[in-house]
Design a protein around this ligand. Structure first.
Ligand code: BGC
Length: 722
């Protein structure tokens, strides 16, 4: 995995005082050797100083060059080890404490997942990595890869959906993009941080083998593809032990997966210096912990030998390896102005690729060109598009801010709308049509606005944020507004801007629904492109939309209402039991024989596609090939998905491909399964086991597609080392 450092770079990174000494060991050649070399030069205090970081906001007499970002870990200048300057970055370089910064906001991660395209993920990562470097950061707290197990989770917009292959592949690609700029990226939050209610005090209980086959597999795949410099552990407990002192889970990472980088804590997730013995390498945002455990307490523990010196060395070595692997040790830190126009195009094309057309009856979309009366209603569509709240918040110049609702956590700038008005963009694109706007607050007024129009486009929003969960019902009477508009105008199109799934009691009354998620800083333009047909929508749902709460593994949200307070440990600890195990999302729906509102993988476009000729080869694994043809009249993008299951098991996604096809064009799609996607994890033997069986393979448009091509093939028994 190593990026081998050239001798010249190594020498350049070393301080002159070190170079001047003649009796130095041979110059280090690899990342690991270099880490060892630097470690050998460090004093005890230098080692201790790089294993804990601080939240700049609480640093007294903060030097002017330390911005109010997520964190800072001082480096060792005499050895050329730079400070770690950390920014949040689930969807752009976050603006902690810096309103109206110029960083570009990508769409939400869930929208990225809707693209089903690792290349798009990598481009987005490369863009924000570049902006990070231009702004003087060298660590991005990115790579959220917890599986969506709870559709009400306020942070689903920072994650990549409910499937381990999809989430892992996209997170890995995004990390690779970030790190191509010599900026270190994390993956987070290890692991099972699946809801925000009570995240500091809840115990997530799950069968360990099922965890391997689901959330851990997403991390494993992300780490293989992205080689992140660090992994951030979560706040919650897993099976009784806090994530940031969970030795069994750290052993999986470091021993089973041979992960060479370091584990950093989430901010305020450490509970004692003994976490070092469990395997936590770095304490982050230490002022948020009850004590700065990796400061004086860790030093005392080393003196008392309750934490061995060898462990401190391992912690430092891993941090240096993470820095070396990601290129941080070799990067120069000369801040540079951003090119927000060019970077904004990356955000817009990601949004265009991730918008999901959920329903389109009678071809109401795309809007016909020419003079038309379009009634645009609701969602602040006149000023911008909604974004998600919390540490990941990016507030581009010109953003609009509203007071947060009463249930929101007591921090953050409020509800932020990115400055990209769908109304404005529609006016620019829809030709000479007459476009009106109604705020969509009063159902009667909204209906009146819709009545005389050729078409009504209702924007409905649900703000979600870190630190709180939501219900699946659209807030602020928006369901009633939509129903009233639909009753007044049969050609009603609903555009959703949501952090995750919502219920749609009005679905049968409207001919078209578009899921535009939190579409980022050019989201308004992207929505207008899709509505007018300039872009043929091709997003696919990375998460199942339930038809009712009763369909969920936990119809009642455990810890409901436990929004974050100033005292993070307030409240009575409770347990969340993940009884669905590895049957997350669409697998749960299949197992329960439930029909969701919209299935995982679902999405329409303005073209049509035919699948044919599925052949499946078995043996060591499964390889499926089939032909996809664009049978429509315009170019379109299709995302065929291949699912497989052994008899008696639920189907798992084993491959997907996003392909653009001209009318009449066809392509053979071939997918080979990662054997772990066919295996069960044997917890006692600590091995993956593939059963010899005839697997059913389907190639279709979404999970459970009744028209999918189907074939079977026998896979040989196998036992695989993790
Ligand atoms: C979040 C992390 C974030 C950190 C630093 C925490 O509250 O859970 O995702 O990286 O803060 O801002």
């Amino acid at each position: 995995m190593a990026r081998v450092s050239a001798l010249a770079l190594v020498l350049a990174a070393l301080a002159p005082a070190v170079l001047a000494q003649p009796a130095q060991p041979a110059p280090p050649a690899s990342v690991v050797q270099r880490a060892d070399y630097l470690l050998g030069q460090m004093t005890e205090d230098e080692k201790l100083s790089i294993v804990h970081g601080r939240l700049p906001l609480f640093i007294q007499n903060r030097p002017a060059d330390i911005v109010l970002s997520a964190g800072i870990v001082p480096g060792v200048p005499r050895l050329g080890i730079p400070d770690l300057r950390e920014s949040d970055a689930s969807l752009g370089v976050a603006n902690a404490g810096r309103d109206n910064d110029d960083a570009v906001a990508l769409p939400s991660a869930l929208m990225l997942a809707s693209t089903f395209d690792p290349e798009i993920a990598e481009q987005g990562g490369a863009m924000i990595g570049k902006e990070a470097r231009q702004k003087g950061f060298n660590v991005l707290l990115a790579g959220g890869v917890d599986l969506v197990r709870e559709p009400r989770n306020g942070r689903n917009f920072e994650y990549l959906g409910e499937d381990p292959l999809l989430a892992g592949r996209l997170a890995g690609a995004a990390v690779r993009g970030v790190q191509s700029n010599r900026v270190l990226s994390t993956v987070k939050h290890y692991v099972l941080n699946a809801q925000e209610s009570g995240r500091h005090i809840l115990d997530a209980v799950i069968d360990p083998a099922a965890l391997r086959e689901s959330d851990l597999l997403a991390f494993e795949i992300a780490i293989e593809h992205g080689r992140p410099g660090a992994v951030m552990c979560a706040y919650n407990k897993i099976n009784g032990v806090y994530a940031c002192e969970n030795k069994p889970l750290f052993d999986i990472l470091k021993d089973d997966w041979r992960y060479p980088g370091f584990i950093m804590s989430d901010w305020g997730a450490v509970h004692s210096a003994d976490a070092a013995n469990a395997g936590l390498d770095q304490e982050s945002g230490e002022q948020l912990d009850k004590e700065a455990y990796y400061g004086a307490p860790l030093k005392a523990a080393l003196t008392a030998s309750t934490v061995p010196q060898s462990r401190l060395d391992d912690m430092v070595r891993r941090i240096l390896i993470g820095m070396g692997e990601s290129g941080v040790l070799d990067a120069s830190s000369a801040p540079d102005p951003l090119n927000t126009n060019a970077d904004g195009i990356v955000a817009q094309s990601q949004a265009e690729a991730g918008i999901v057309l959920l329903k389109n009856t009678g071809g109401v979309l795309p809007l016909a060109r020419g003079a038309r009366r379009i009634a645009v209603i609701g969602g602040h569509a006149d000023i911008g598009v909604l974004s998600g709240g919390g540490s990941s918040q990016v507030i581009p110049l010109g953003s609009h801010m509203f007071k947060a609702p009463a249930w929101a956590p007591p921090w953050g700038p409020g509800v932020v709308y990115h400055p990209s008005s769908p109304l404005g963009a529609l006016k620019a694109l829809a030709g000479a049509g007459e476009i009106s706007f109604d705020a969509g607050i009063d159902p009667g007024a909204a209906a009146k606005a819709a009545r005389g129009a050729d078409v009504a486009v209702v924007f409905a929003t649900q703000w979600t944020t870190e630190g709180a969960d939501v219900s699946l019902t659209l807030p602020d009477n928006q369901d009633a507004v939509i129903a009233a508009v639909a009753a007044a105008n049969p050609r009603t199109i609903v555009v959703l801007e949501t952090g995750g799934p919502v219920l749609m009691p009005w679905l049968g009354q409207v001919p078209a629904v578009v899921e535009a998620w939190f579409p980022g800083q050019r989201g308004g333009e992207a929505i207008a492109q899709v509505l007018t047909g300039a872009i043929n929508p091709a997003g696919r749902l990375p998460v199942t939309f339930p038809a009712a709460l009763s369909q969920l593994p936990r119809p009642k949200l455990d810890g409901e209402g436990m929004t974050e307070t100033a005292d993070l440990s307030a409240g009575k600890p409770f347990t969340v039991t993940y009884r669905e195990g590895a049957d997350v999302g669409y697998r749960w729906f299949e197992k329960q024989r439930q029909t969701p509102l919209f299935p995982f993988g679902w999405g329409l476009g303005y073209s049509s596609f035919r699948y044919e000729g599925l052949t499946v080869r078995g043996g060591l694994t499964l390889t499926a090939s089939f032909r996809v043809t664009n049978t429509g009249t315009i170019e379109g993008t299709e995302t065929p998905q291949v699912y497989a299951a052994a008899p008696g098991e639920t189907r798992r996604l084993i491959g997907f491909r996003r392909i653009a096809l001209r009318p009449g064009e066809s392509r053979v799609v071939s997918v080979t399964a990662d054997p772990r996607l066919l295996a069960r994890f044997d917890e006692a033997a600590k091995r993956w086991r593939v059963a010899r069986a005839a697997y059913t393979v389907t190639a279709g448009k979404f999970a459970g597609d009744p028209e999918a091509l189907t074939a079977t093939a026998v896979v040989n028994a196998a036992s695989l080392q993790p």
